[in-house]
Design a protein around this ligand. Structure first.
Ligand SMILES: CC(C)(COP(=O)(O)OP(=O)(O)OC[C@H]1O[C@@H](n2cnc3c(N)ncnc32)[C@H](O)[C@@H]1OP(=O)(O)O)[C@@H](O)C(=O)NCCC(=O)NCCS
Length: 244
């Protein structure tokens, strides 16, 4: 993807302090075995453990735990709190709310985990593992606007799969930043193009503006972030590189 001048990808030994107007995106891979994640259980809250225990598949439990561990350890470091004591509430629709003016959002797909942080902003992040979608047109009609569907279906099949995921992660990131997820597609009536450039879009319902950008990702995945004000800088960090 093209170089985004906002993105600083230098790998640090420690976590940067997050300034107002900056974003931090931490990526992790679920290379941890289930027992290793279980050993990190003390970093989670009772609510986290209850939510995770309801998940049926081991991979779902592992990545849900890893996302929360990344969120809690990072916020805990900034707030000077033990990770398990960071209070992360949920809206009725399921959007996580971090304390003290911080904002957090996470996403997991395949073995990819992305966790995004901001201060004084609403933020949403989404990652999707690339896979062949036989029901692409049907899925697109459930989640995308008529213009987006038309644009997508005019593309040749291979380009259509790529465009689908680029659009999908932008929509989900916007849906999470707004707090509605993708379950109310009519609430997300933006007309987006499936590109990777940072763009500002206007919510046709309430006139609020949102900034969204694709995120650098391994070849087998797509990711995007959305936030209500264009960031001054975006820091990307790999969890394994952070010696916390
Ligand atoms: C929120 C939503 C977008 C979740 O998307 P998802 O791709 O299933 O899952 P992700 O891993 O990206 O994100 C999950 C996280 O989103 C967050 N989330 C849930 N509801 C949210 C909301 N209303 N607003 C903001 N964030 C929300 C939670 O932190 C959740 O974490 P958890 O599952 O560990 O509790 C969901 O509302 C939705 O609409 N899902 C439909 C997904 C779908 O059909 N995908 C097919 C892809 S081709």
């Amino acid at each position: 993807m093209p170089t985004n001048p906002l993105v600083d990808r230098q790998v640090p030994a420690t976590l940067p302090l997050l300034q107002q107007g900056e974003l931090l995106i931490v990526t992790a891979r679920c290379t941890l075995s289930a027992p290793s994640v279980a050993a990190l259980n003390e970093l989670l809250s009772d609510t986290d453990r209850a939510r995770i225990s309801r998940l049926l598949r081991s991979i779902d439990r592992t990545r849900a735990a890893l996302a929360r561990i990344v969120a809690r350890v990072t916020l805990g470091q900034w707030l000077g709190l033990r990770p398990s004591l960071v209070s992360i509430a949920l809206t009725e629709a399921g959007k996580p709310l971090a304390p003290d003016g911080y904002a957090v959002s996470w996403s997991h797909s395949g073995d990819h985990v992305f966790v995004a942080f901001a201060r004084g902003r609403s933020i949403g992040v989404d990652v999707e593992e690339a896979r062949r979608l036989e029901d692409l047109a049907e899925l697109a009609r459930t989640a995308f606007s008529p213009n987006e569907v038309t644009h997508l279906l005019e593309l040749p099949p291979t380009a259509r799969q790529v465009a689908f995921f680029r659009l999908w992660v932008r929509k989900e990131a916007l849906g999470k930043a707004i707090g509605v997820g993708l379950l109310e597609p009519e609430r997300l009536g933006f007309n987006l193009l499936p590109d990777t450039e940072p763009i500002t879009v206007v919510d046709p319902i309430d006139g609020r503006t949102w900034w969204t950008s694709a995120l650098p990702c391994p070849a087998e995945a797509y990711a995007a972030v959305a936030v209500d004000v264009a960031p001054a800088a975006m820091h990307l960090r790999n969890w394994e590189a952070l010696r916390l």
